[in-house]
Design a protein around this ligand. Sequence first.
Ligand SMILES: Cc1cc2nc3c(=O)[nH]c(=O)nc-3n(C[C@H](O)[C@H](O)[C@H](O)COP(=O)(O)OP(=O)(O)OC[C@H]3O[C@@H](n4cnc5c(N)ncnc54)[C@H](O)[C@@H]3O)c2cc1C
Length: 464
Amino acid sequence: MPNMSLKKTGMPSQDPKVRAHNFLEVSQGYTAEMAQEEAARCLNCKHRPCVNGCPVQIQIPDFIAQVVKGDYAAAYDIISQSSNLPAVCGRVCPQENQCEKNCVRAIKGEPVGIGRLERFVADWHNAQPAAAIKKPAPNGHKVAVIGSGPSGLTCAGDLAKKGYDVTVFEALHLAGGVLVYGIPEFRLPKDIVQKEVDNLTALGVKIETNMVIGKVLSIDELMNEYGFEAVFIGSGAGLPRFMNIPGENLCGVYSANEFLTRTNLMKAYKHNALTPIMHAKKVVVVGGGNVAMDAARSALRIGAEKVYIMYRRSEEELPARREEVPHAKEEGVEFMMLTNPVEIIGNDEDFVKAVKCQKMTLGEPDAGGRRRPVAVPDSEFVLDADCVIMAIGTSPNPLIKSTTKGLETQKWGGIIVDENGKTTREGVFAGGDAVTGAATVILAMGEGKTAAKAIDEYIQKRAL
Ligand SMILES: Cc1cc2nc3c(=O)[nH]c(=O)nc-3n(C[C@H](O)[C@H](O)[C@H](O)COP(=O)(O)OP(=O)(O)OC[C@H]3O[C@@H](n4cnc5c(N)ncnc54)[C@H](O)[C@@H]3O)c2cc1C
């Protein structure tokens, strides 16, 4: 009998007052009983609308049916046919805009907690003794992957399974891309990402860290001197945008990327950390996406007394994952909606002292259909602050384009590809944020998968 409860089975989480001061994971996952209770809400619909909402087409009703039976190994096998990173996606995918958006249970009540069930199955699998990974027989072909984020890891994994000799070149000192340098430990524990990286190395993938392609080696050198027959560019969109308002060069103004990299990757909040971070008391985070929420919640954990999210539209338009907004509020982050900074004011030592802000209202819809924020006349006010974090978007770094002959990009920097991830340069493929601009983990993985298939076809055709 299906469970006809209109609400999702609740997931335990750390007490907001406690978690606002630690970096341990907030949501604690379902027990087996909770997972079974939630799985029983799935109606196993014939037309499977949830599957159409999943960018990698996980056969959702099938894996949920196995959870109902208590056969978690079978559930994991079904998920892993489509997704290489289920423990990651179960935690960070915006399910409310994808699979769960299409769930028929959402017509009357809450959708089935598909993300929570995916996380449960992946965590169950990770808790079992690891089966020895068998290295596939080598096929004699070499592929280079630039960047070790979800697109690069997925592409590398799919090619390694086919016997390719794959080397991932990563600019930072740790593999994982945004999964390690951007998304904080309290949303995505780093041992989960490391496990995925370890699985790849067990398959034979080589990972070269501290290798900035375009500086240390170019794509031309990789292909002409090092024998790589194809290259996948999964270098993300790590170049931060700023507002170009007065005061953005003051001490205490960070891009969210810098703030989060210091905090997450380099653990700047620890006593003996290799990098400093400002222990600010009043922090203004500008933006309304996941990046803004992560920066605000990290600032609280480092010890800020007041943290504001300042967003120029209203709460309804906040682009962050739905779950992150109440989590941030419960922890004490204050939301200043319909507000925009116009100037950052410094003290005599050039440190941030305050932010001059302006109230906004929503006007006519823009080309994308979202109502455009319009400044309210004579609405300026000054807010005390000693730190400002800009989380208003990122774009692809131009380094690879500027050092690779024949690689064309859009005006804003996104690499131009066809539907298979093939770029304008022979033998070079691309995917993830480097192509789309800042998007999501699952989309980046989907593009890594598509490109791996195209790279395989390209190399096999050449070898004939
Ligand atoms: C703070 C934050 C929170 C987010 N939260 C979510 C979320 O909750 N859910 C979600 O779905 N998405 C989220 N996203 C977006 C998601 O993480 C990205 O869309 C995804 O990681 C993109 O994957 P990618 O493989 O294209 O690139 P990335 O993950 O950016 O990885 C690119 C890698 O390439 C490396 N690189 C760059 N240039 C070079 C070079 N020249 N040579 C060698 N290596 C290079 C970088 O160091 C990086 O490791 C978030 C993003 C951020 C920043």
